[in-house]
Design a protein around this ligand. Structure first.
Ligand code: GRF
Length: 242
């Protein structure tokens, strides 16, 4: 397979994306690279699940991809060691967790500190962990959203770069809320990756802005940032203002 066929910016930053499932955020990132909105290209996709839908997406875009099934390993450490080697085979500038449903060992995180990003479906520090949409509804939140953060060994605890906010409607279910948050994610993740790739956001033990000043509070996604929702999302309710 040719590497990243169809993706421009061949001389730009190299992204490796880790997935476990559908891969809609992967799709948003590929589209942003292909359209030149991010000065980068996806050079590899790795899934820990052989049935992840995002693998088909990588295949369709000519992006090298592989499965590393965690069930084939005797321990978390052994899996993470092979995963880190597989990632480094692609020589990435950035490693992007996009629905990668694994808790990572400190040894793994240390190898990629400062170039490891995750997206989490809540306004961190609220609702770390799973079932965030149901928990936001149960808590009576009027606002919910997604956060992109640098990964540290603490689960969903790394410093947040940027958030996208969506309103919670009175008749929302976890499913309708998840749809609204995911549409926001598809604008949020490419925007953060763009800023990191272009140097507008940097890591130096903490988050720095392009002018070198520390980021005191997370950036907030503007409502007019490009809507990268793919065809799968167009049957969903219209994007709500964030
Ligand atoms: C997203 O909601 C993300 O916030 C969470 O997992 C989901 C992945 O969805 N970490 P997809 O596989 O990108 O469609």
């Amino acid at each position: 397979m040719s590497e990243s066929a169809g993706q421009p910016n061949a001389a730009s930053r190299r992204l490796v994306v880790l997935i476990s499932g559908r891969g809609s955020n992967l799709g948003a990132l590929i589209e942003a690279c292909e359209q030149g909105r991010i000065p980068a290209r996806v050079v590899g996709v790795i899934s820990n699940r052989p049935d992840a839908g995002g693998l088909d997406l990588a295949e369709r875009h000519g992006i090298p991809h592989r499965v590393l099934n965690h069930r084939d390993y005797p321990s978390r450490e052994a899996f993470d060691a092979d995963l880190a080697d597989a990632i480094e085979d692609y020589s990435p500038d950035l490693v992007i967790l996009a629905g990668f449903m694994r808790i990572l060992t400190p040894g793994f995180v240390d190898r990629f500190t400062g170039r490891l990003l995750n997206i989490h479906p809540s306004l961190l520090p609220k609702f770390r962990g799973l079932d965030t949409h149901a928990r936001a509804l149960a808590a009576g939140e009027s606002e919910h959203g997604a956060s992109v953060h640098f990964v540290t060994p603490e689960l969903d605890g790394g410093p947040v770069i940027m958030q996208a906010r969506v309103p919670v409607a009175p008749d929302d279910t976890p499913e309708t809320l998840a749809t609204r948050v995911q549409r926001a994610e598809h604008r949020l993740y490419p925007e953060v990756v763009r800023r990191v790739c272009s140097g507008e956001v940097q890591w130096s033990g903490r988050i720095l802005q392009g002018d070198g000043t520390p980021l005191a509070t997370p950036l907030q996604l503007n409502e007019d940032t490009h809507d990268a929702s793919g065809p799968d999302d167009r049957s969903q309710p219209p994007r709500t203002a964030v």
